[in-house]
Ligand binder design. Structure first.
Ligand code: 6PG
Length: 245
């Protein structure tokens, strides 16, 4: 792991969620409605515990929601109320429970894949401050990791894995063929701060390959923010194969 990467091992997934909720609360105090923090959420099941925690006191009251804006690192091309929708999960478990939902910019899952991709690219460049290379710079990107080493919807061996001259693109789930829009590695590595949330014994083998062997065959191992921070928030079950420090 390089110098700006840290590994945090938690007893259980609930404590990962608590840590991430505290991080969001702290972040929210450092921004204002006029200059909100731009945050990208991950999909999948891991963040659901975080959403539930944030939807209740104390976090629902402590987080300065008006100082935050939410995006997604990837989204399935499905309707927003589809059980497969990453936006749908955040809305169902978190946003709709808040007195005043925060600003969010979701992928237009009802459009055709390429249209949704074009529309999201425009949203990202218009709503998120860009760096000198024209790349949107997120204040915090939350990621998950699949047991195959994918992150966001950047799957090993798919064309999107090597795209460096775009900020988002299309992917297909390798088993289901489900179409998705995803950040490219370019956007992820331009962020100020990136946190992986990964839990469960099913991630242990890949975690070793990614964190210790740094095998960039796997997209999760390609996450290396140019100047931002990177932290791996994992539970003990996922960390079982990592060498003790
Ligand atoms: C998605 C995610 C994806 C997810 C990993 C881990 O849309 O599926 O963004 O990258 O984070 O597959 O998923 P779990 O949290 O369910 O293990």
């Amino acid at each position: 792991m390089n110098s700006n990467t840290s590994l945090l091992v938690f007893e259980n997934p609930g404590l990962i969620a608590y840590y991430a909720a505290q991080k969001l609360a702290t972040l929210s105090t450092k921004f204002t409605p006029a200059k909100p923090a731009n945050i990208a959420l991950s999909g999948g099941s891991t963040p659901k515990a975080l959403f539930k925690l944030l939807a209740e006191a104390p976090f629902s009251e402590v987080v300065q929601w008006k100082n935050l804006r939410f995006f997604w690192g990837d989204e399935r091309i499905v309707p927003p109320n589809d059980p497969e929708s990453n936006f749908g999960a955040a809305n169902e478990l978190l946003f709709r429970h808040l007195p005043e939902p925060p600003m969010y910019y979701r992928v237009a899952g009802l459009l055709q894949p390429e249209e949704a991709n074009v529309q999201y690219r425009n949203v990202l460049t218009q709503m998120v401050p860009i760096n000198e290379y024209g790349i949107p710079v997120f204040d915090w990107i939350m990621l998950g990791m699949g047991s195959d080493g994918h992150t966001a919807s950047i799957f090993p061996g798919q064309p999107l894995q090597n795209v460096q001259d775009d900020i988002c693109g299309l992917a297909s789930h390798p088993e289901t063929g489900q179409k998705r829009v995803s950040f490219t590695m370019t956007v992820i590595n331009a962020a100020r701060d990136v946190s992986f949330l990964a839990a469960g014994a099913g991630k242990a083998e890949m975690l070793k390959r990614v964190i210790e062997e740094e095998d960039t065959t796997y997209p999760a191992a390609q996450v290396a923010p140019v100047s931002g921070g990177l932290e791996w928030c994992v539970d003990k079950a996922a960390a079982t194969l990592l060498s003790p420090k």
